[in-house]
Design a binder for this molecule. Structure first.
Ligand code: PEP
Length: 252
C-alpha cells in the first residue's frame, strides 16, 4: 500500500558537467521502472542543469536543505519558492550532517517542514541516533523526541506529504549498515510514535526510508521488512550503476 521511495543524496559532490553526465546515465538505466518513486538530491548549484536533464523522465529532484523564509536578508540561504522555481519536488530536511556540523535543531527542522509544505514541496525528514546513544540504550528516546519535536502539529493532509528517513548516524558513510531487524525495529517504533501525533490511519500511510550505507547487496533484505518503504542513499548514489541497481532491487 505504500509506494517505495528511493532517493540519492549527492551531498557536496558534482560539478554541473559531472551531474549532467550522471543523470544521463541514470535516466537510461531506470527508464523502465514504474512502481517506485526515484529521486536525486543534487547540490544547489547544479539543480537547474539537473532539472532540465530530468524533464520527461521518471526521476524527481530534491534539494538537500531549505530555509523557512521566502525571501529577504538571509545571506547564503535558499527558500522553498526558489527550490520550486528550479524544479524541486522534494526537499531533505534535518539530515544528521546538518545537525552535526551546522547546528540544525528539531525546532528549525519543524519550521523548514512547515515552509516547504506551504510551497507544495514534499519534505524528507531525517531522524536517527548516534553510536553512543545506541550503545547507551537510548535509541528509542532520541528518535521519539526527534519525531515529536519535528512532526507534531501537522494536519492530516500535511502528514500525508511527509516522508521520514531513519538514518542511524553510526551507519552513514561508514559501511556499517543496520541489520534489517535493527532497522525494522526502529521503523516500527517511528510508525507507532506517528500514531500518537496523527491519525492512526495516516501513520500507516507515511513512508519511512532507511539510510546508512545502503548498497546493491543489502537493499533487497532491507526492503523485505514490513515498515521499510525505501532508502535514502549517500555514497552509492554517486554512481549510476550502483544507484540504479538499488532502485531495481526487486530484480537483484
Ligand atoms: C546519507 O547521507 O543520507 C547516507 C545514508 O549516506 P551513505 O549511504 O553514504 O551512508
Amino acid at each position: 500500500m505504500r509506494r517505495p521511495i528511493i532517493a540519492g543524496n549527492w551531498k557536496m559532490n558534482m560539478t554541473v558537467s559531472e551531474a549532467v553526465a550522471l543523470v544521463r546515465q541514470l535516466k537510461a538505466l531506470v527508464a523502465s521502472v514504474r512502481d517506485i518513486d526515484i529521486i536525486v538530491a543534487p547540490t544547489f548549484t547544479v539543480l537547474q542543469a539537473v532539472s532540465r536533464e530530468l524533464e520527461g523522465s521518471n526521476i524527481e529532484m530534491a534539494a538537500q536543505d531549505v530555509f523557512w523564509e521566502s525571501s529577504g536578508p538571509y545571506t547564503g540561504e535558499i527558500s522553498p519558492i526558489m527550490l520550486k522555481d528550479v524544479g524541486c519536488r522534494y526537499v531533505i530536511i534535518g539530515h544528521s550532517e546538518r545537525r552535526q556540523y551546522f547546528g540544525e535543531a528539531n525546532e528549525s527542522v519543524q519550521k523548514k517542514i512547515r515552509a516547504s509544505l506551504a510551497m507544495k514541496l514534499y519534505p524528507i525528514v531525517c531522524v536517527g541516533e548516534a553510536l553512543e546513544e545506541r550503545e547507551a540504550g537510548k535509541t528509542s528516546d532520541v528518535v521519539k523526541i526527534q519525531v515529536i519535536q519535528c512532526l507534531e502539529g501537522f494536519s492530516r493532509q500535511e502528514m500525508e506529504k511527509i516522508t521520514i528517513a531513519y538514518e542511524p548516524i553510526w551507519a552513514i558513510g561508514t559501511g556499517k549498515t543496520a541489520t534489517p531487524q535493527q532497522a525494522e525495529e526502529v521503523h516500527a517504533f517511528i510508525r507507532e510514535q506517528l500514531g500518537h501525533i496523527t491519525h492512526r490511519q495516516v501513520s500507516q500511510g507515511v513512508r519511512i526510508q532507511y539510510g546508512g550505507s545502503v548498497n546493491p547487496d543489502n537493499i533487497s533484505d532491507l526492503m523485505l521488512q514490513p515498515n521499510i518503504d525505501g532508502a535514502l542513499v549517500g555514497g552509492a548514489s554517486l554512481k549510476a550503476d550502483s544507484f540504479s541497481s538499488i532502485v531495481k532491487f526487486k530484480k537483484a
